[in-house]
Design a protein around this ligand. Structure first.
Ligand code: PMV
Length: 330
């Protein structure tokens, strides 16, 4: 097994670590249309399967990174100083340890434009922004593939947050994960819209890291998942290439429901849906039966993300007042 530090050492090779003032970066959050669920290597966040997401344009993370006087990292999130022993600061500092020069402390100013309560994961954009900011601060000039690998070491889905538009994460096969990175899919879809339907803003009881581990270990149907994902990925890429929205929606919704079925068959069960989640799914299906092309996806939580096209935005907003709507392609 390769350790994360060894991966970083291989990527940085003989690059120097002279910091240059302050690095300022922005990266978008992303939502998977074909999900990443299950690791083949826990330490390196190597996935069992590939996945494909869409980046959320203006919803993401701004990070400013510079050198702090010490004797600890100084971490601010949305303007507030975070205590060093809090879970967010601990995760960020542990990640920065991977490329921390000797006797070096970081000043991190992170600002999320993903509304914290919007049900979009900000950890993907947060870790991707830290990787991109470190690259800028130390002037490494890493290639997109190397940056995606560095981001993955923070959180799997972060590998997909360094590009705009549709992004495919290749699972890879190498033990050190050098072939497990994400890259942009060459396609535009200006009419695509993603809406966040927030049903519960509380922190979920089982995070995705623990949830996917338990699922891989105890769900007897998990063995079906890789073949399902391979099929969904192939069909989704074909749907994107021919701009077939009904196919995109059907594949994304079906893939999310298949993931939630695996979760439900995990022992002990993982059920992220609340009664409000089920009610929203039924409303979406009823609306779709009337001819409105509205689909959904969900991650490891109770909130629902709506997928629709620009021409239907007014009708979707009427049905779901208060949703946050993103145009991933501007
Ligand atoms: O990157 P993580 O450890 O937060 O896992 C993300 C898992 C899902 O959001 C459920 C699926 C995905 O592909 O983003």
């Amino acid at each position: 097994m390769t350790a994360p530090r060894e991966v970083v050492r291989r990527i940085l090779a003989d690059r120097t670590d002279q910091p240059k003032g302050t690095a300022k970066v922005y990266v978008p959050a992303n939502i998977a249309l074909v999900k990443y669920w299950g690791k083949r290597d826990e330490a390196l966040n190597l996935p069992v399967t590939g996945s494909l997401s869409v980046s959320l344009g203006p919803l993401g993370s701004h990070v400013e990174l510079s050198r702090a006087a010490g004797p600890a990292d100084e971490i601010r999130l949305n303007g507030a100083h975070l205590p060093a022993d809090g879970s967010f600061a601990k995760r960020a500092s542990a990640y920065l340890d991977l490329f921390r020069p000797r006797d070096f402390f970081f000043a991190v100013q992170a600002r999320n434009t993903v509304p914290t309560a919007a049900g979009f994961a900000s950890s993907a954009s947060g870790f991707a922004a830290l990787a991109k900011a470190a690259d800028a601060l130390f002037g490494w000039g890493l290639a997109p593939r190397e940056l995606s690998i560095l981001a993955r070491l923070g959180s799997g889905s972060a590998a997909r947050s360094l590009a705009d538009g549709f992004v495919e994460w290749h699972a890879g096969q190498a033990a050190d994960g050098m072939d497990s990175y994400a890259e942009r899919v060459a396609a535009e879809w200006p009419e695509l819209r993603v809406g966040a339907l927030v049903l519960c803003a509380e922190e979920k009881p089982v995070g995705s890291r623990a949830g996917m581990k338990r699922c891989v270990e105890t769900c007897e149907f998990y063995r079906e998942w890789p073949a399902r994902v391979a099929r969904d990925l192939a069909e989704l890429k074909a749907a994107i290439a021919r701009k077939d929205f009904a196919a995109l929606g059907a594949i994304a919704e079906g893939n999310a429901l298949a993931m939630h079925a695996l979760m439900a068959a995990t022992r002990p069960p993982l059920l992220y849906a609340l009664p409000e989640t089920v009610a929203a799914m039924r409303t979406i299906w009823a609306v779709r039966a009337t001819g409105l092309p509205l689909w959904f996806t969900m991650d490891a939580g109770p909130n629902v993300k709506l997928l629709f096209e620009a021409k239907d935005e007014a009708r979707v907003r009427e049905m779901f007042p208060g949703i946050d709507v993103v145009a991933p392609f501007g």
